[in-house]
Design a protein around this ligand. Sequence first.
Ligand SMILES: NC(=O)c1ccc[n+]([C@@H]2O[C@H](COP(=O)([O-])OP(=O)(O)OC[C@H]3O[C@@H](n4cnc5c(N)ncnc54)[C@H](OP(=O)(O)O)[C@@H]3O)[C@@H](O)[C@H]2O)c1
Length: 199
Amino acid sequence: MEKSKVLVVGGTGYIGKRLVKVSFDEGQETYILHIHRPENKYDIDKVQMLLSFKEHGTHLVPGSFSDHQSLVNAVKLVDVVICAIAGVHVRSHQILLQLKLVDAIKDAGNVKRFLPSEFGTDPARMENALEPGRITFDDKMVVRKAIEEARIPFTYISANCFAGYFLGGLCEPCKILPSRDSVTLLGDGNKKGIRNLCR
Ligand SMILES: NC(=O)c1ccc[n+]([C@@H]2O[C@H](COP(=O)([O-])OP(=O)(O)OC[C@H]3O[C@@H](n4cnc5c(N)ncnc54)[C@H](OP(=O)(O)O)[C@@H]3O)[C@@H](O)[C@H]2O)c1
């Protein structure tokens, strides 16, 4: 099978680091956008993670959301762009930073597929979501609209409550470990759920 060149944006995050690992484990030529963030400059764990990715043969590409040309240069290196920028820091609108990535992909003109930062509940089905979570779904829909208007080939991955923030706490709001005291059951308590155990 023909291998792709893949750029991961947000490759130091919870989802992103797993995407990087899978990409290089599968033999894809993998690039990570290395975004210099002054607020993270003393996070030695993240620096070590990036160095470890580099030792495995991944390429670190410097870039910044405030430097359009740096984003264009980065996406020109690859066929596929996967973004896993944070979505849970309510009201900081990091998800909307992807609009700059969409502009860069459009200008570069070479990207065959873009996977924006989704990986959760399908935002198109969340029009009745309540705050504070709602803002993330709304922002993800703004990004989808920009991608589609720019006619960029895309894949949206909706995996529902599959990951750490939800599963560990049995989907109880604001809990990442199961409660020992009480659990709120929604509806009549007979909703079916599927639990997938994976790395
Ligand atoms: N975690 C879950 O349980 C879960 C479940 C379902 C869906 N999701 C979705 O998966 C996606 C990724 O979430 P996550 O939990 O993996 O995120 P995360 O661990 O909080 O971090 C993701 C990445 O975003 C980068 N980032 C954050 N703010 C930034 C900024 N202002 N400028 C540049 N980079 C910035 C971080 O860089 P630094 O390393 O420099 O901080 C990191 O690489 C989101 O769309 C989220 O809604 C997550």
